[in-house]
Write a protein that binds this ligand. Structure first.
Ligand SMILES: NC(=O)c1ccc[n+]([C@@H]2O[C@H](COP(=O)([O-])OP(=O)(O)OC[C@H]3O[C@@H](n4cnc5c(N)ncnc54)[C@H](O)[C@@H]3O)[C@@H](O)[C@H]2O)c1
Length: 403
């Protein structure tokens, strides 16, 4: 096993991975196109929020095992950890992976190991293998090429990077072996061998599975609303069945993984991915439905009381107890409600962030006190202990008021 690693992309996944490898005594040359990221890391600091990461980065930068740079250098192992977003039409965008691969083309030499960690559509690793060999025919079949997806939970990354199981798939058996040997140096979880296509599909399947299961709960919530049944009680009772385990409904599905990755399957297999595609639609529709429900609750209040209500919109993050607003359904709902009623009086609440560049935030207890209607969009722990007086109208999309 070589002793020099280049990681391309030093974000939420690339930086912790680089720090962990460096902490094990292997020299890591981390590359990022963002000069602020490079400068911050070379000062021994970090640009993302992740517990324990700051101490490790400070240590490995100080002892010379991690260096950040805007350009790659020659190494034995190359890890591609750049973003893979989707385009406007929900088609996966692998141009960052292509650009990262192009940047190391002149540096590659026989025997090197090339691994993609970025969440990628099926066939991406083979596509990159072909791309590399087309541009470097001298290296044909002389590289080890593999895919190894990441499944860490932000906030617990430094632990999960070590102890989670990993799925590792090479473009051939030798590549799988070589990649398994590489991860064995710093992963204590089990390393499961497969081929590159299965490993790519495995990552997409994990998040699609979550999305489909949440869609089922969200669909139940829509049915129950019409049927006059409390969906929370219903799910609790149905889950008493020894083989039933329904998830909780919410105001939609967000984040940069579950709300994104299923599209990578749907885009390539539109005819076959009926449930996966429909789940995306249901979870998106749930957010739209929530915004409409808020508007109805306001109208009803106005008709009953003869005055416009003040409304508290509780939560902006994409899930409870985090500050991450990426692809957040709550943020979508708040924007939609505010856009449709520019004269209304709203208090936007997000206890996990201090300020927002679009929304003026209000402290959560103050917002509740001042409002006639309290809408729960995210079940943050702060909201669970709120004492809400009976004269308020409560609209709870996420079970924040349920014990
Ligand atoms: N964040 C997570 O929790 C998570 C979990 C599992 C999988 N993933 C996947 O991992 C991949 C990376 O995600 P992330 O959250 O770390 O992204 P990120 O946006 O935090 O970081 C990516 C970094 O890559 C840099 N970059 C972009 N193009 C580059 C290039 N050509 N050369 C060098 N640097 C470049 C960017 O400047 C950025 O700093 C994505 O495919 C994502 O889907 C992320």
């Amino acid at each position: 096993m070589g002793n020099k690693v280049v990681t391309i992309g030093l974000g939420y996944i690339g930086l912790p991975t680089s720090a962990l490898i460096a902490n094990g005594g292997i020299f890591v040359h981390g590359v990022d196109i963002n000069p602020v990221v490079v400068e911050t890391i070379n000062q021994g600091k970090i640009h993302i929020v992740e517990p324990e990461l700051d101490e490790i980065v400070e240590k490995v930068v100080k002892n010379g095992l991690l260096k950040a740079d805007e350009k790659p250098v020659e190494a034995d192992t190359y890890l591609i950890v750049v973003p893979t977003p989707f385009k406007g039409n929900h088609e996966p965008d692998i141009s960052y992976v292509e650009a990262a691969t192009a940047s190391i083309l002149p540096l590659l030499k026989p025997g090197d190991l090339y691994i993609i960690e970025s969440t990628s559509p099926v066939g991406t690793t083979e596509k990159m293998r072909n791309f590399i060999y087309e541009n470097r025919p001298d290296l044909k079949d002389k590289l080890y090429i593999a895919y190894c997806p990441e499944r860490v939970l932000p906030g617990n990354v430094m632990y999960e990077l070590v102890y989670n199981d990993r799925v590792i798939g090479g473009v051939d058996e030798e590549s799988t072996d070589k990649a398994v040997d590489f991860y064995r140096q710093f992963v204590k979880g089990e390393l499961h061998r497969t081929n590159a296509r299965t490993a790519e599909m495995c990552k997409l399947t994990e998040n699609s599975s979550r999305d489909v299961q949440i869609a089922f709960a969200n669909e139940l919530s829509l049915i129950c609303d019409k049927a006059g049944v409390d969906v929370w009680e219903l799910i609790q009772l149905a889950n008493k069945h020894p083989r039933v385990n329904i998830l909780q409904p919410g105001s939609g599905v967000g984040g940069h993984c579950i709300a994104v990755d299923p599209y990578f399957i749907v885009a390539d297999f539109p005819m076959e991915s009926q449930i996966i595609g429909k789940a995306r639609e249901i979870n998106n529709y749930k957010s739209f439905w929530c915004a409409e429900k808020i508007k109805s609750a306001k109208l009803e209040f106005e008709l009953k009381k003869g005055k416009k209500p003040k409304v508290a919109l509780m939560g902006l993050a994409f899930k409870p107890d985090i500050d991450d607003l990426r692809e957040s359904p709550a943020k979508y709902i708040v924007s939609k409600v505010l856009q449709s009623d520019s004269n209304g009086e709203y208090f936007v609440v997000e206890p996990n962030i201090k300020e927002h560049n679009v929304f003026k935030l209000t402290e959560y207890r103050e917002a509740v006190k001042k409002s006639d209607i309290v809408v729960f969009l995210v079940a943050h722990k702060e909201f669970k202990s709120l004492n809400i007086l009976e004269d308020k109208v409560v609209v709870d999309f996420c079970g924040a008021t349920k014990k």
